[in-house]
Design a protein around this ligand. Structure first.
Ligand SMILES: *[C@@H]1O[C@H](CO)[C@@H](O)[C@H](O)[C@H]1NC(C)=O
Ligand SMILES: *[C@@H]1O[C@H](CO)[C@@H](O)[C@H](O)[C@H]1NC(C)=O
Ligand SMILES: *[C@@H]1O[C@H](CO)[C@@H](O)[C@H](O)[C@H]1NC(C)=O
Ligand SMILES: *[C@@H]1O[C@H](CO)[C@@H](O)[C@H](O)[C@H]1NC(C)=O
Ligand SMILES: *[C@@H]1O[C@H](CO)[C@@H](O)[C@H](O)[C@H]1NC(C)=O
Ligand SMILES: *[C@@H]1O[C@H](CO)[C@@H](O)[C@H](O)[C@H]1NC(C)=O
Ligand SMILES: *[C@@H]1O[C@H](CO)[C@@H](O)[C@H](O)[C@H]1NC(C)=O
Ligand SMILES: *[C@@H]1O[C@H](CO)[C@@H](O)[C@H](O)[C@H]1NC(C)=O
Length: 400
């Protein structure tokens, strides 16, 4: 554990020595102030507990002054009144409990040697406090409890707040996000372009947001039924892509899954995901309910401890992910992807995985280089790493 007093002194020193909107702690980390969206109440855009939504904005400069990167924060979902009430009392459901200063690293870094293509853009982190990937629109009240399921409204309120701050004149823009926030990128990509000038170059990126509609190892639709609960509780269905829900008839909730929603997305899209995404491994493929005896416990903690059948199951998951991305996407001129074979979940916001001397690479390219090459059309980026355990030396296996 770190010494609490030492941390406080470092933060205080930093506060005293820096310009109003940003500070550096002594280890060079960039910390960015929270902005509450004061006007959100006019739209009924509240966090689960009724607090105001928020974002963190760090201004761009130089050649990036008119470019905007928006990054949705992640953090799972809540699928029942009980789990959402619990969440409302945490940083995942209320800005009251959130850190007011966020570390901007990886894709959010302002340092050219840590983030070569986006460091001088306006970079925004959208805080996640609704529990349904910024896509719900409902309210629950029963006399004693009140919950706001207003993710869609939060998204719209933040956009309206940012437009006059320069987003409305953007030349280049990238809508990004990690985990549940990576799913938000899929859900809001089309809508995003509509707020921006028609001349702007608008693209979207999902990091660890390609959640698969796949049965678990006991053949149960664990994830599908979880998603169905999230969608109906939060009133997400009416905010899903109409053309997608029209094509999936009786199962509109399926359009929450990127594999079905993707073909309706118009802007160029980049999928960054691990083929053995540990969240998906632990919650979709092998949820605790599907392995009551705990046969997978050791394999979950350490891929080297998986037996041959377990490895087969993981390889099948990888193949399913590649198939789910779709052939048309695979051969599309504008899309890009980077599917590596690391046991991780979320690789864009941590400096180690985004861009560092020992970052994960595929064909010797880091994630930052791959995403930059795609965004600026420097070269096609369609990277799929060979299956585990080959070339695993560049991986940072980040197993919770
Ligand atoms: C942080 O932001 C708030 C609201 O945006 C502002 O009132 C406050 O002065 C800022 N604090 C610092 C230290 O920049
Ligand atoms: C806040 O919202 C109201 C109602 O939509 C609008 O008239 C007003 O211009 C907004 N103010 C700001 C500062 O965005
Ligand atoms: C940028 O990052 C490099 C590499 O970590 C570091 O040496 C340099 O001091 C950083 N520059 C600034 C302005 O923080
Ligand atoms: C409202 O819902 C909460 C959570 O489910 C429950 O604890 C409470 O008893 C309910 N109140 C009423 C009046 O039904
Ligand atoms: C974004 O989507 C919402 C919900 O469908 C809609 O009300 C809003 O008008 C859209 N924004 C734009 C600029 O089209
Ligand atoms: C649905 O598809 C039609 C025809 O391609 C298109 O005009 C419309 O904008 C699409 N709707 C949405 C919500 O993307
Ligand atoms: C599979 O799902 C059904 C229905 O939700 C449930 O009753 C059953 O316990 C589940 N089985 C396993 C092994 O999770
Ligand atoms: C990989 O890329 C680095 C620069 O990013 C370069 O120095 C190195 O030579 C490359 N290695 C190979 C095997 O191409």
């Amino acid at each position: 554990m770190m010494n609490v007093n030492a941390v406080l002194v470092a933060i205080t020193l930093a506060l005293l020595t820096c310009a109003p909107r940003c500070i550096y702690s002594d280890d060079q980390r960039l910390l960015v102030n929270m902005t509450l969206v004061r006007n959100a109440s006019a739209f009924g855009a509240f966090c689960l507990d009724g607090s105001l939504p928020a974002y963190h904005l760090h201004r761009g400069f130089g050649g990036g002054a008119r470019n905007w990167l928006l990054q949705f924060e992640g953090g799972g979902w809540c699928n029942s009144i009980k789990s959402c009430l619990d969440r409302a009392n945490t940083r995942r459901g209320s800005t009251r409990y959130m850190s007011k200063w966020e570390v901007f690293s990886g894709i959010l870094s302002n340092n050219a040697s840590l983030n070569p293509d986006f460091y001088n853009w306006n970079r925004v982190k959208l805080r996640y406090c609704d529990g349904a990937s910024f896509a719900g629109d409902a309210v629950y009240k029963n006399g004693t409890s009140l919950l706001y399921f207003r993710g869609q409204k939060i998204w719209e309120a933040i956009m309206l707040d940012l437009l006059p701050k320069g987003l409305g004149q953007a030349r280049k823009a990238l809508l990004s996000g990690s985990s549940a926030g990576g799913l938000s990128s899929f859900l809001h990509c089309n809508n995003f372009t509509k707020y921006l000038p028609s001349t702007a170059s608008v693209k979207c990126l999902s990091d660890a947001g390609f959640f698969l509609d796949k049965r678990d190892i006991s053949s149960n639709h664990t994830m599908r039924s979880f998603v169905k609960d999230v969608v109906s509780l939060h009133g997400v269905d009416k905010n899903l892509d109409e053309n997608c829900t029209a094509s999936s008839l009786n199962f509109p909730e399926l359009c929450f899954f990127p594999q079905y929603a993707m073909k309706f997305i118009t802007p160029p899209f980049f999928i960054l995901n691990s083929a053995y995404d540990v969240y998906q491994f632990h919650h979709i493929l092998v949820p605790p309910s599907a392995d009551p005896q705990g046969h997978w416990n050791r394999c979950k903690l350490n891929p080297a401890a998986c037996n041959p059948q377990q490895l087969n199951t993981l390889q099948e998951f990888r193949r399913d992910m590649i198939v789910a991305m779709g052939l048309s996407y695979k051969y599309s001129r504008r899309g890009g992807f980077f599917i590596n074979s690391c046991f991780a979940h979320g690789q864009s916001e941590s400096q180690d995985t985004w861009f560092a001397a020992d970052s994960p690479r595929v064909h010797n390219r880091t994630i930052a280089e791959a995403v930059g090459d795609w965004y600026f059309s420097r070269r096609a980026t369609k990277e799929i790493d060979c299956p585990y355990p080959c070339r695993s030396t560049t991986c940072h296996n980040l197993i919770p």
